[in-house]
Design a binder for this molecule. Structure first.
Ligand SMILES: Nc1ncnc2c1ncn2[C@@H]1O[C@H](COP(=O)(O)OP(=O)(O)O)[C@@H](O)[C@H]1O
Ligand SMILES: Cc1ncc(C[n+]2csc(CCOP(=O)(O)OP(=O)(O)O)c2C)c(N)n1
Ligand SMILES: [Mg+2]
Ligand SMILES: [Mg+2]
Ligand SMILES: [Mg+2]
Length: 319
């Protein structure tokens, strides 16, 4: 933590978000936002979902760990995941790339190739962007989405008694990060999960149709992100570790590195699994697994009924 009490590090990522968003009157055309995975805007002929994420070399990716193509795919994937987390389908992305003068042009074209690959797989394209000079490589992506006839699934609709469920992988990207940080390049399954997530995009609209009461994607870490859902919904959330899948591969990597794989599952970000709450008596949609329950307000996020007193995930400036 920075010694300067006025710095962004001392303010904290989420304190800073509060500070820059509080008291700003949104126009009536802002139907929702900020505060969720994406905003929902009214357009003359409907609604538009919009979200943005910035990725910085050395913070979110490294070109000695990932190919430019993988970086481009990741930059788009993390944004399309936020669109899915609202229950929407992506319609387009616009992208900004800032890079130093000596960056090979090929790096930029390959980043764009990766962006088109990930966008193309979702049936959309890159509809615009910006290229500028900078001291380091920075990528900014804005994704747009369409709710069709569905209502947005926000972070704020969970109710005590709902089932807490997840779709997608947890802990894989964190395991890959641990591997890469120690200078290894394998096992490739976890390393590729870190290089480029594979979010379960279709599960977002699917959960919305199935009546999910709240939803978000897991970018920072399950426990850290659930804290935002719990706060927005004014409920408690209990994660039941017996229901969490810790795959053999994660256990193998954990024992090779002397790390606890459950820790990666609970606090590792960047897999962009979707987490949602569902009414208790309905069947979960296909691909969704129960991992806990929504509890009464006041208890925050607990693990097997107990408070978790370590950092629940990534927070910028706190690492
Ligand atoms: N500078 C900013 N101005 C307005 N809203 C912001 C700003 N930075 C972040 N937010 C909002 O804060 C919320 C949390 O951001 P973040 O944790 O990055 O969400 P996510 O993990 O889904 O990308 C989002 O709704 C986002 O739009
Ligand atoms: C070189 C490198 N170091 C560390 C990480 C780990 N990491 C960086 S950002 C992050 C959290 C997710 O990024 P963020 O910008 O918070 O995305 P958002 O929550 O806005 O979707 C994690 C786990 C990484 N991916 N690459
Ligand atoms: Mg999100
Ligand atoms: Mg973000
Ligand atoms: Mg984050």
């Amino acid at each position: 933590m920075s010694p300067d009490e006025h710095s962004v590090a001392a303010t904290g990522e989420f304190g800073l978000i509060r500070r820059v968003t509080e008291g700003r009157a949104q126009p009536p055309s802002t139907l929702l936002g900020p505060g969720d995975d994406a905003a929902v805007l009214a357009a003359p002929d409907g609604r538009v979902v919009v979200t943005t994420d910035v990725l910085v070399h050395g913070v979110h990716f490294r070109l000695d760990w990932s190919s430019p193509e993988q970086v481009g795919r990741k930059a788009v994937a993390v944004n399309l995941s936020d669109v899915a987390a609202m229950g929407a389908k992506p319609t387009s992305v616009v992208v900004g790339i800032a890079c130093p003068a000596d960056t090979p042009a090929q790096v930029v074209t390959e980043i764009m190739d990766g962006m088109w690959t990930e966008a193309g797989a979702a049936g959309i394209g890159v509809s615009g962007g910006d290229l500028v000079s900078a001291d380091q490589l920075v990528i900014s992506v804005t994704a747009l989405g369409d709710l069709e006839d569905r209502e947005p699934v926000t972070r704020s609709g969970a109710r005590p008694g709902d089932v807490l469920a997840v779709c997608g992988r947890l802990g894989w990207a964190a395991a890959g990060l641990a591997v890469l940080r120690r200078g290894f390049r394998s096992p490739v399954g976890v390393v590729n999960a870190q290089r480029c997530p594979e979010p379960p995009y279709a599960a977002g609209p699917q959960a919305a149709l199935a009546g999910a009461t709240a939803m978000m994607d897991i970018s920072d870490g399950l426990l850290a992100d659930l804290a935002h859902l719990a706060a927005a919904s004014e409920v408690g959330l209990d994660v039941q570790t017996a229901q969490l899948e810790v795959s053999t591969r994660l256990k193998e990597v954990g024992s090779a590195l002397g790390a606890d794989p459950l820790q990666w599952v609970l606090t590792g970000g960047e897999d962009h699994a979707l987490v949602a709450t569902f009414p208790p008596f309905d069947d979960l949609p296909e691909g969704w697994r129960k991992i806990g329950v929504v509890t009464m307000p006041g208890s925050g996020v607990t693990v097997d009924g107990r408070e978790y007193d370590q950092q629940g995930g990534w927070e910028h400036w706190q690492q």
